[in-house]
Write a protein that binds this ligand. Sequence first.
Ligand SMILES: Cc1cc2nc3c(=O)[nH]c(=O)nc-3n(C[C@H](O)[C@H](O)[C@H](O)COP(=O)(O)OP(=O)(O)OC[C@H]3O[C@@H](n4cnc5c(N)ncnc54)[C@H](O)[C@@H]3O)c2cc1C
Length: 451
Amino acid sequence: MTRSFDAIICGAGITGVAAAHYLAKAGLTKILLLDERPPLSFTSDRSTECYRNWWPDPVMLALMNRSIDLMEDLANESGNVFRMNRRGYLYITAEESKIPALIERSKRTSNLGAGQLRVHTADSSSYQPAHPEGFANQPTGADLFLGSEIIQKHFPYVSNRAAAALHVRRAGWLSAQQLGMYLLETARRFGVRFESERVTEVDVANGRVNGVRLRSGEFINSPIFIAAPGPFLKEVGGMLGLDLPVFTELHLRAAIKDSLGVVARDAPLLIWDDAQTLPWEKDEREVLAADPEAHWLTETFPAGVHTRPEGAGESQMILILWDFKTRAVDPLWPPTFDEQYPEIALRGLATMLPRMKEYFTKMPRPQLDGGCYTRTLENRPLIGPMGVDGAYIIGAVSGYGIMSACGAGDLLAAHIIGKSLPAYAPTFELARYKSAEYLREIEAMGDTGQL
Ligand SMILES: Cc1cc2nc3c(=O)[nH]c(=O)nc-3n(C[C@H](O)[C@H](O)[C@H](O)COP(=O)(O)OP(=O)(O)OC[C@H]3O[C@@H](n4cnc5c(N)ncnc54)[C@H](O)[C@@H]3O)c2cc1C
């Protein structure tokens, strides 16, 4: 007999489990969640697990504020099983000339709804340092430090060349795995069923979703199909005859044991916001510059190298990330990783954290992995109807899929259940690309705020 469900979700990464959770919570309980891999084992297992509400794009900021509200609710109801903290993001610059623009941008983001901006100079004493664990009773908004003296006072491990630093406060990190498992387990309690299977076809009859075909050959009836396949969005969109406007980029991360304690264990996420050239000894630089294959290592690298402490208790691990060579790739698995990445990223970090140089002669053994950002051109997600009756999408969540998952799942559930939608909903629908005005708007868009 053909099985029937009220909704089928393809993909049990963080977006798929969040969709299941919020749909089930909204009352749709006969849901089948399908994934050919174990839940939460693909891209969602390879992130930095960070979140922030500080976005220059007002609709992204609103989505993140909503998502963080929901994550805080889940943390409160679960006894914070996913260890959400609010240590913040610290964006640092050594370039005095960038300070006026930084102040301007910070004021603008604050006014968009990210919270109060507090400015501190050398004699200021009102800064409230972040608590390393939890998020209760801690400031939101951001603290802007001007001058190296006050930066050194609060973050002594950062280079004394730092001229300004912006500490974004409704931000931090959590365990994405534990958050995902909590969403999944609660969804299961509401009646959601998970099965390990691959969706190979979506059946559409008379312009309406009818069901899906699985790799096993089984056909399952469902009037609702939700595409949450992460990097395989293009492929799954094709099952509905759609060419979705998304592409994938490979992003790497390295983990090393910081046995010298260069990064304080209570540090926020530390981001060097200036372009730089890598620190080499004079003779090393000469050799590299003369080698056509290695010459690029002496050229200017982009801003954005970042790190944070990883793990609780006695852990000495740190995560290191730097998108210095991002390129669009097909979502092939396993990807080829650039073995030079950890050393380059560690050298880049030494500009922000000078004691990293102590590792140059004996590089700690790195663990290297990564995954794909699946994104749209303007870096906004796709959440809502797909243009075929009964088909919905939740994806293209780029480098922010963990922090946005709850807000995205909640928004998708509102679309499906027919609840009133927030003002930002149309900006994330696929139908936005039909508007010539929208296409002009995204062409003119500048910084999307993605690390
Ligand atoms: C290096 C790196 C750092 C990052 N840092 C952060 C961060 O700090 N904060 C943040 O918020 N985000 C971060 N991200 C982004 C975040 O990890 C992703 O946006 C998010 O995990 C995407 O989740 P997903 O559920 O859409 O995709 P996935 O986790 O990839 O899940 C998709 C699932 O769909 C399944 N699937 C696909 N096709 C089918 C099919 N036909 N049938 C059945 N199953 C199918 C796959 O098996 C997979 O399990 C980072 C990403 C990377 C790579």
